[in-house]
Design a protein around this ligand. Structure first.
Ligand SMILES: Cc1ncc(COP(=O)(O)O)c(C=O)c1O
Length: 399
């Protein structure tokens, strides 16, 4: 059996037995090392999407592999009935870097967002039975569970599942007047992505985020930042809200993707005010915050502390090189983003460019039809960025 036919077999078996909810690219990945992955034919790809922002330390990072090996042999799971040695230290680290107080660990971004929704509801309910509304942004993305979907501001994801949670008000990004009009005494909370990821890499203005903070305070509502994609080192800061000086502090931040370098781990981090809304028995999870994922996350943060300046530096170079490309190709409209979360908006569809990039050994993706999105591992080097941009230039020349 040739490797080509085994690739075909993998795809056919999935077609027969899996729910047909994903539109996968025809690539079967076998292994990864650093910023590269290898398919079943041994072909190498420079990975600028990193499992949609998950593989922050690339693939097979020796320190992560070592910790996984050690911990897997000791204890993988023990449930939240008991203590283990790693949740406390990880929560302490998260409190230090976020400026918030208390963590709840779970398994995914959507689950972290569900926790935040329950916190907002419970907080509002303690004030008044009418205080149930949540403000969210048009074009946002917060996950696929019914709650997270209810505050996702994109009709294409919502339409098949309505009616969803009532009391959600969508407002346009960076429109202060619309934000002011949406707040009332019924507002329990507001949820913002500092940089809309799936929506096409659109940042908030600092002015808008500050106004959201003020309005939330005025109306005794909770301000929630969804940093599942844009946070945890990717912006060159621990969290994107720290890009503002001084930081615009949320009441709750939710994070997930890179936390445990590919093992499922999500977190909700809250200040004391928000945390007070959840008491014993009000929330929980079987798998969330297990010893394996938490110990890996502690190791990840040790490494991240030393990478922060690098992310800022290499992200700046990447951005500059993309902007430079924009000077040569008229179909490039704009380059957006911070650190190693970058988007390039085109005035032509991007899907074929992604497919052609794969043929040339470069992985990235396209969101919202026309935005090329780059979420490379934090360990990417300037020569690797140069190499990626060279491939992109070649692809653009053929258009
Ligand atoms: C901003 C944002 N929020 C929430 C989610 C949902 O996270 P998960 O897929 O881990 O449930 C995502 C996933 O892409 C995201 O980008």
């Amino acid at each position: 059996m040739t490797t080509e036919s085994s690739t075909q077999q993998v795809m056919e078996l999935e077609k027969q037995y899996l729910l047909q909810n994903y539109g996968r690219y025809p690539l079967v990945i076998r292994r990864g090392k650093g910023c590269y992955i290898y398919d079943t034919n041994g072909k190498r790809y420079l990975d600028l999407i990193a499992g949609i922002g998950v593989n922050a330390l690339g693939h097979a990072h020796p320190r992560i592999v070592k910790v996984i090996r050690e911990q897997a042999a000791l204890l993988i799971h023990c449930s939240n009935l008991y203590y283990h040695e790693y949740q406390g230290p990880l929560a302490k680290k998260l409190a230090e870097i976020s400026g918030l107080d208390r963590s709840f660990f779970c398994n995914s971004g959507a689950e972290a967002m569900e926790g935040a929704l329950k916190m907002m509801r419970s907080h509002g309910g303690k004030v008044s039975p009418e205080k149930v509304e949540v403000i969210s942004l048009e074009n946002s993305f917060h996950g696929r569970t019914l709650g997270a979907l209810s505050i996702t501001g994109q009709a294409k994801y919502r339409k098949d599942f309505e009616p969803l949670l009532p009391g959600v008000r969508f407002v346009p990004r960076n429109d202060v007047a619309a934000l002011e009009a949406a707040f009332s005494e019924r507002t329990a909370g507001i949820v913002l992505e500092w940089v809309q990821g799936e929506g096409g890499v659109y940042p908030l203005t600092v002015e808008y985020a500050r106004r959201a903070r003020e309005l939330a305070d005025q109306h005794n509502a909770l301000l929630v930042f969804d940093e599942i994609q844009c946070g945890v080192g990717r912006p060159g800061k621990y969290f994107a809200y720290q890009l503002a000086e001084p930081a615009v502090m949320p009441d709750i931040v939710v994070a997930a993707k890179p936390l445990a370098c590919g093992l499922p781990l999500g977190v909700l981090i809250a200040n004391e005010k928000a945390a007070a809304a959840i008491g014993p028995g009000m929330h929980g999870t079987t798998f969330g915050g297990g010893p394996l994922a938490c110990r890996v996350a502690l190791e990840f943060f040790d490494i991240l502390d030393e990478l922060m300046e690098h992310i800022h530096q290499v992200g700046g170079c990447f951005r500059q090189e993309l902007v430079e490309l924009g000077r040569h190709f008229s179909f490039i409209k704009e380059v957006r983003g911070f650190g190693l979360m970058l988007g390039m908006e085109l005035d032509i569809p991007g899907k074929q460019i992604v497919v052609d990039g794969m043929a040339e050994g470069l992985l990235f993706n396209c969101t919202h039809d026309t935005v090329l999105r780059f979420l490379p591992p934090y360990i990417i080097t300037e020569p690797e960025v140069d190499k990626a941009v060279k491939v992109l230039r070649g692809l653009f020349k053929k258009i």
